[in-house]
Design a protein around this ligand. Structure first.
Ligand code: ZN
Length: 446
């Protein structure tokens, strides 16, 4: 773990550093004393928001379903498909699906994933023995694939701002606060290299205010990242306004101590005051542009938020697509289409849009995952300098070309915590993990 990785091009703190063509790295493939990568080497990216099990339904909600009383297909019809799948998963099939998703993440350039995990119990709502069985399936899948895991066990208590009880098929998500704290305490004992345990609140509609406050006052909430889905859907904003008189982000800013430990997922629907206040809070927003586009959520106020100093991370969320390139490209293109202008994420300090996007996602992703104290070179990507898309690129053009030009996989090698997991673009266990995934899907779709 203390070998030397020789590389002519190491990107750190927003710049390429030659540094004598020698980078001291805690990550050298296979524990060798020395290795050489001749292309472009950058720290691994963080996937700040994932529900790994949803990889099994990627592409299965792309046909039109219009419910009575609903003029258009919407998020809520996608949720029906998701609930049908969620009702069939058990620890074994969850492990198989998550391992497949994590292999794909590593091949795409994500070396750490924040898993927002609410599928806790058996389909009838009874706890497994032990109650942490589904969490253990995710931990096992991450270890097998080799991706760093920030596990976010999720508190899910009610079915709406009116505190209606959870429906029958939501029972497997449900916890009392005490049972949730038991699970959290157990998972915290497992923390170590490759595993951080934070906390997720499913949403304001799923966690009543007094439970939110009691959770935040418990000793277990004193450490680790805190994530919450917020303001993803216009209907959620309307319901929050009706119940509290405030929009969701404004309510959270007024009722929770938002700071750098917090990660707000989506925050799509904010007014100007919420946008400025959230940017100043130090919290990070996990943007999931491919999922937000897929679900028709809306467009995040990216320009105003960046101008106010806001921090962002990216996530693959529903895993309909697993690609940091696609997330960052969509993030920029959504704004270009909306504003009829170009290079909107670029700034005065960093005029290269792809470079700025990668820098923002890396810093914000590490914050969201609780990795701020982890060395930048503990997880590394090696972009293929021999690929035709990177031919004759100057250093400042490399990341722009990676993010915007073509769809070819430029990630040649990935190394995490001393394990050389991706070689020549392929995960070392991709065949075995894919074979088991196919068998799991056959059971889930039977
Ligand atoms: Zn989500």
């Amino acid at each position: 773990m203390t070998g030397i990785l020789r590389t002519p091009n190491f990107w750190i703190d927003g710049n390429w550093k030659a540094a004598g063509h020698r980078v001291a790295a805690s990550c050298v493939p296979d524990g060798a004393p020395e290795a050489s990568w001749h292309g472009w080497v950058i720290p691994g990216l963080v996937n700040a928001h994932s529900h790994a099990f949803q990889r099994a339904m990627a592409g299965l909600a792309e046909h039109r379903v219009v419910r009575a009383g609903d003029a258009r297909d919407s998020f809520w019809s996608w949720r029906e498909t998701m609930y049908t799948l969620a009702a069939r998963l058990d620890p074994e099939t969850l492990h198989a699906v998550a391992a497949q998703a994590y292999v794909e993440m590593l091949e795409a350039g994500y070396t750490q994933v924040c898993e927002f995990h609410y599928l806790h119990h058996a389909p009838d709502g009874k706890p497994y023995a032990p109650p942490s069985a589904m969490s253990a399936a995710l931990i096992g899948a991450a270890r097998e694939a080799g991706i760093g895991l920030t596990l976010l066990p999720t508190l899910y208590m009610s079915g709406g701002f009116d505190r209606r009880p959870l429906a029958a098929r939501q029972q497997r998500f449900a916890h009392t606060l005490d049972r949730f704290l038991d699970l959290l305490a157990e998972l915290r004992t497992l923390q170590g290299p490759g595993l951080n345990v934070g906390i997720a609140l499913h949403s304001l509609r799923a966690v009543p205010p007094e439970a939110l406050h009691a959770l935040l006052q418990s000793g277990l909430a004193a450490q680790g990242p805190l994530h919450i889905h917020i303001a993803e859907q216009a209907a959620e904003v309307d319901d929050c306004l009706a119940a509290t008189g405030q929009r969701p982000v404004a309510w959270l800013l007024d009722h929770a101590p938002l700071d750098a430990r917090w990660c707000l997922v989506h925050a799509t629907h904010m007014d100007a005051a919420e946008t400025a206040r959230l940017a100043r809070s130090g919290a990070v927003v996990a943007l999931c542009p491919s999922t937000e586009a897929n679900l028709g959520d809306g467009l995040f106020p990216f320009g105003a938020y960046l101008d106010a100093g806001g921090r962002i991370a990216i996530g693959s969320d529903s895993n309909v697509s697993i690609s940091p390139v696609e997330e960052l490209r969509w993030l920029e293109y959504g704004q270009r289409l909306n504003q009829c202008a170009r290079n909107l994420a670029a700034g005065a300090q960093q005029p290269h849009t792809g470079t700025r996007l990668v820098a923002l996602a890396l810093a914000g992703g590490r914050q969201a995952a609780g990795l701020d104290d982890t060395p930048m070179d503990a997880a590394l990507l090696h972009l293929d300098a021999a690929h035709v898309l990177l031919a004759e690129r100057r250093p400042e053009e490399v990341l722009d070309s990676w993010i915007f030009a073509g769809n070819a996989a430029l990630v040649r090698d990935v190394c995490v915590g001393g394990r050389h997991l991706v070689r020549a673009g392929q995960h070392v266990q991709r065949e075995a993990i894919a074979r088991r995934y196919r068998k799991a899907l056959a059971r889930l779709r039977a």
